[in-house]
Design a protein around this ligand. Structure first.
Ligand code: NAP
Length: 234
């Protein structure tokens, strides 16, 4: 697809991967809504990159409804949904609590599903559209203390496969993107961006990968894309 003039919604676009992707899409001529929970941070990011800020929490029905009201009033349509908003939580198996799964799944799984449900109505009607789900390499393989987060990303990956099967007949492309470690505010209690490290991935590499995949002619799509740092161990 051509990026210019496309109508884009990115959940969680106020920092990290979502913000880098929003910036690149705006630079290529797209009209982009970004969402987030921290209103001041969101508005600062939107002003900086030329996006439209919608203060909304993906984990609530009110947040999803508010976001799609803005899609209608600000963009008057939609070509691309990026389910990027995500949170993490590490806990050993002997400390797992139902509430922890609920908190993470409300954002990473149920939030993404509710966002996609509304996009699917628009996309099936117009017989075209794109959904990018930001998963993780944690959605490919588990690791110690990863039960909650990896389960949420495995679930998101499963939904991507289902949506691919359901929506291809409507010319809708669904991309599952799995970044490995990226130096962002992710997992930081302070919510501060981590400084870049020479051998680790930054949000820019992930944004590039997504835009490259999107630019393929609409007759084709890449179902799943994993992005690794070449040598993060130094
Ligand atoms: N960084 C990594 O190493 C890494 C690796 C693999 C996958 N990922 C995935 O990449 C995605 C983006 O993460 P990131 O690394 O860019 O981290 P980040 O800088 O923490 O960005 C997360 C974004 O999501 C927003 N957000 C969180 N919960 C939300 C909610 N309930 N409603 C609306 N917005 C919400 C945040 O806004 P607020 O600050 O206002 O909450 C922020 O804009 C996540 O899905 C994450 O799982 C990250």
């Amino acid at each position: 697809m051509e990026i210019k003039s496309k109508k884009v919604l990115i959940t969680g676009g106020s920092s990290g991967i979502g913000k880098a992707l929003a910036k690149m899409l705006v630079e290529e001529g797209a009209r982009v809504i970004i969402t987030g929970r921290d209103q001041r941070k969101l508005e600062r990011a939107a002003t900086e990159i030329g996006a439209i800020a919608v203060h909304a929490d993906v984990s609530t029905d009110e947040g999803v409804d508010k976001t799609y009201a803005a899609v209608e009033s600000e963009l008057n349509g939609l070509d691309l949904l990026v389910n990027n908003a995500g949170i993490g939580l590490r806990k050993p198996v002997d400390e797992l609590e139902r509430e922890d799964f609920q908190k993470v799944f409300d954002v990473n799984v149920f939030g993404a599903a509710r966002m996609a449900a509304k996009a699917a109505v628009i996309f099936k009607n117009q017989k075209h559209g794109n959904i990018v789900n930001i998963g993780s390499t944690a959605g490919l393989k588990g690791y110690p203390t990863g039960s909650i987060y990896t389960a949420s990303k495995f679930a998101l990956r499963a939904m991507s496969q289902c949506w691919q099967a359901e929506l291809r007949p409507y010319n809708v492309r669904v991309f599952q993107v799995n970044p490995s470690e990226v130096t962002t505010a992710f997992g930081q209690d302070s919510r501060r961006e981590r400084p870049e490290e020479p051998n680790k991935l930054t949000s820019v590499e992930i944004a590039h990968s997504i835009i490259s995949a999107l630019k393929m002619d609409d007759r084709g799509f890449i179902p799943e894309l994993s992005v690794w740092a070449t040598n993060p161990f130094e």
